[in-house]
Ligand binder design. Structure first.
Ligand code: SF4
Length: 125
């Protein structure tokens, strides 16, 4: 029988891999071979550690929870447009150099465009 910490780790790994669609609590416990009572304890523990969030959902006429990871793995797509990747000054650029990311307008504009993209997705203006 696996230790509880192993199940916590496996549960978190599974939840992270489900991405933004999350996973129903009952499906997860079935996958891990845990009882619903044990599963609920693990979910609460992960939530209390700030690793997941639980959202109540009506499924098949019964209330359950959908579990989402609070952190997602970084994807290469998130930096594909970063100006540093194709910058001619890349080798000479450094925090304490004459060419510095601290003063780079191209990098600042890119970071701000990311923030604007987040705002567009969340409906902020
Ligand atoms: S911070 Fe600016 S200058 Fe430095 S590598 Fe990136 S784009 Fe080039």
């Amino acid at each position: 029988m696996p230790k509880r910490d192993d199940r916590e780790y496996k549960a978190l790994h599974f939840i992270v891999n489900m991405g933004s669609q999350g996973v129903l609590q009952s499906d997860l416990w079935r996958k891990l071979g845990a009882s619903s009572r044990e599963g609920s304890r693990i979910a609460l523990k992960l939530e209390n550690k700030g690793l997941i969030k639980r959202e109540k959902e009506l499924f098949g006429g019964r209330w359950t929870y959908r579990l989402y990871s609070k952190r997602m793995p970084v994807s290469i797509n998130s930096i594909i447009d970063c100006p540093c990747l194709m910058c001619a000054n890349d080798a000479r650029c450094g925090a304490w150099g004459t060419i510095s990311p601290n003063e780079c307008e191209r990098l600042t504009a890119w970071v701000l465009s990311l923030r604007q993209g987040d705002a567009d997705l969340s409906g902020e203006s």
